[in-house]
Design a protein around this ligand. Structure first.
Ligand code: ZN
Length: 226
């Protein structure tokens, strides 16, 4: 059986609340990765997600390519987002359950990975992931929440030839054809522009994964090598 863990990047946006409501209706505990600057400007939808029991992870303050910055600048991106997340948990009156990090654009760097280990970050348990891309990227040994299936729905843009059908087809390939027992960490996003291209795309993605027989599970958290 394929087990699926859903992760949703780039919250908060306007559609974050609708995504949260949908996931609550399905009892799917996704991990939501927040951009700190957006959190500071508009915390309401993140507060709402926390109130519904969702874990909010760190996705930097301004969503840069971290590999293009100095180490100090990259750490500042993480730490400013940490402050924004701590503020929103404090406002919600909820104890933050776990510190998680996802690299924007999956653009990971080794020195920052060591920083995450040293600062108490964990990752979503990836011990049952067998996907080639994930293994060859070396992500099992690293301490950040990576991805074994990227929905690529963010490529739905005016003027781009990506179609929503091609996204559904790639879900069928990953979840319908490869029937080995395994876990997938799925990446999708909270993007208002995608909502304009394909209304309720997140619902259609979740339903397609389930249609192929995969089951959404609650994420658990580990430290690599521990
Ligand atoms: Zn992102």
């Amino acid at each position: 059986m394929i087990k699926a863990i859903l992760t949703i990047d780039d919250i908060p946006q306007n559609n974050t609340r609708a995504i949260v409501d949908y996931l609550v209706s399905k009892s799917i505990k996704a991990v939501l990765f927040a951009i700190g600057d957006a959190l500071d400007r508009n915390p309401e939808n993140a507060l709402y997600a926390i109130s519904k029991g969702f874990v909010i992870g760190n996705h930097t303050y301004t969503h840069p390519m971290l590999s293009k910055m100095s180490y100090e600048e990259a750490v500042e991106e993480v730490e400013k987002c940490e402050k924004a997340i701590e503020n929103v948990y404090a406002k919600a009156g909820v104890q933050r359950p776990v510190k998680l990090f996802r690299f924007p654009y999956l653009d990971s760097r080794k020195d920052l990975n060591q920083y995450l280990l040293d600062h108490g970050f964990k990752k979503v348990d990836d011990s049952d992931i067998i996907n080639d891309w994930y293994i060859s990227s070396g992500w099992k040994e690293e301490d950040h929440v990576s991805v074994s299936f990227d929905c690529e729905e963010y490529l739905l843009r005016p003027g781009n030839d990506k179609t929503f059908q091609s996204i559904l087809d790639s879900i069928d390939d990953a979840f319908g054809k490869d029937k080995r027992d395994q876990t997938h960490i799925i990446l999708t996003h909270s993007h208002d522009e995608t909502e304009e291209m394909e209304s309720e795309y997140y619902r259609k993605i979740v339903e397609r994964v389930e249609y192929n027989g995969a089951v959404f599970i609650d994420p658990t958290f580990i430290v690599p090598g521990a």
